[in-house]
Design a binder for this molecule. Structure first.
Ligand code: CP
Length: 310
């Protein structure tokens, strides 16, 4: 078991942990899911700081739920206006302060690279809960655990990514991570303005990943085993008119899903806006709410490992 190697480590990018370490985390998350009492008091007396410079529902609440379920406690802020960042305190100083009070820091920040900077100034592990349009590695743990639990494997799959692939940090992290698994074909479906960044395409090419870029969801959906829908990231656009023009470009509805495999899995990191019609929620292929729950188990496994209680 490689979990003891994770003690005291930060998670800034999705491949900061080896494949073996990631697989061990999934085994632990599955054990926690099966037995709610497992590790229940293991983090008593430990503190998690949740520093959210951008809005969040799932990531912040699931981290807090994870820590509380492990017997630990949480402190932090849900928006920077209530912290001294609003008075001009630097990120480096904010992190130094949080590291004085907490055993681990979870941070979301609108700036790409903020989590890396935080990890360099922190005496305690830093977990990246999203840095701008860059990465969101714990969403990837959530996504991979969901694929593993629902497909029974993370190999020999065609994964379709649809929507805002330019700014969607969850897409960036998941694609980079999936490149480490066997025989994963990736189909990237987006308008030309929102294609996957070049640096990620270079990573996929270097890893010999079979991938294609397309614009049409209807013509692609029948090939896909796991469809990863994403919202158009309004907060990253410079121009509101562009956002309005692109926001509803893909909507998964009953007509489109009728063209898909009967056992396709529909994932979405959430929040959704319009890109998945609510009529899909009752389709057995819709897995996005289950996915959010698996996120809590993945984060429990992560915190227990980083805090060295397993
Ligand atoms: N998936 C995700 O990051 O959701 P939140 O923005 O609600 O945390």
């Amino acid at each position: 078991m490689a979990l003891s190697d994770l003690k005291g480590r930060s998670l800034v990018e999705p491949d900061d942990f080896t494949l073996e370490e990631t697989e061990s985390l999934f085994l632990l998350a599955e054990k926690i899911e099966k037995d709610v009492k497992y590790l229940r008091e293991s983090c008593r007396g430990r503190l998690l700081a949740t520093l959210f410079f951008e809005p969040s529902t799932r990531t912040r609440l699931s981290f807090e739920a994870a820590m509380l379920r492990l017997g630990g406690s949480c402190l932090g802020f849900a928006e920077p206006g209530s912290s001294s960042a609003s008075k001009g305190e630097s990120l480096a100083d904010t992190i130094r302060m949080a590291a004085c009070y907490a055993d681990t820091i979870v941070m979301r920040n609108p700036k790409e690279g903020a989590a890396l900077l935080a990890s360099r100034y922190s005496d305690v592990p830093v977990i990246n809960a999203g840095d701008g349009g860059h990465h969101h590695p714990t969403q990837t743990l959530t996504d991979l655990l969901t694929i593993k639990r629902l497909s029974g494997k993370i190999e020999n799959l065609t994964v379709g990514f649809c929507g805002d692939l330019r700014f969607g940090r969850t897409v960036h992290s998941l694609a980079k991570s999936l490149a480490r698994y066997k025989n994963i074909k990736m189909i990237f479906i987006s308008p030309a303005e929102l294609v996957l960044p070049d640096y990620l395409k270079s990573i996929l090419k270097k890893a010999n990943v079979d991938f294609e870029e397309r614009e049409n969801l209807d013509k692609s959906i029948s090939e896909i085993d796991v469809l990863y829908m994403t919202r158009v990231q309004r907060e990253r656009f410079f121009n509101e008119d562009d956002y309005i023009r692109l926001k509803d470009i893909y909507v998964l509805d009953s007509g489109k899903i009728a063209l898909a495999k009967k056992n396709m899995i529909v994932l979405h990191p959430l929040p959704r806006v319009n890109e998945i019609s609510v009529e899909i929620d009752s389709d057995p292929r819709a897995a996005y709410f289950k996915q959010a729950k698996y996120g809590m188990y993945a984060r429990m496994a992560l915190l227990a490992s980083i805090l060295g209680v397993v």
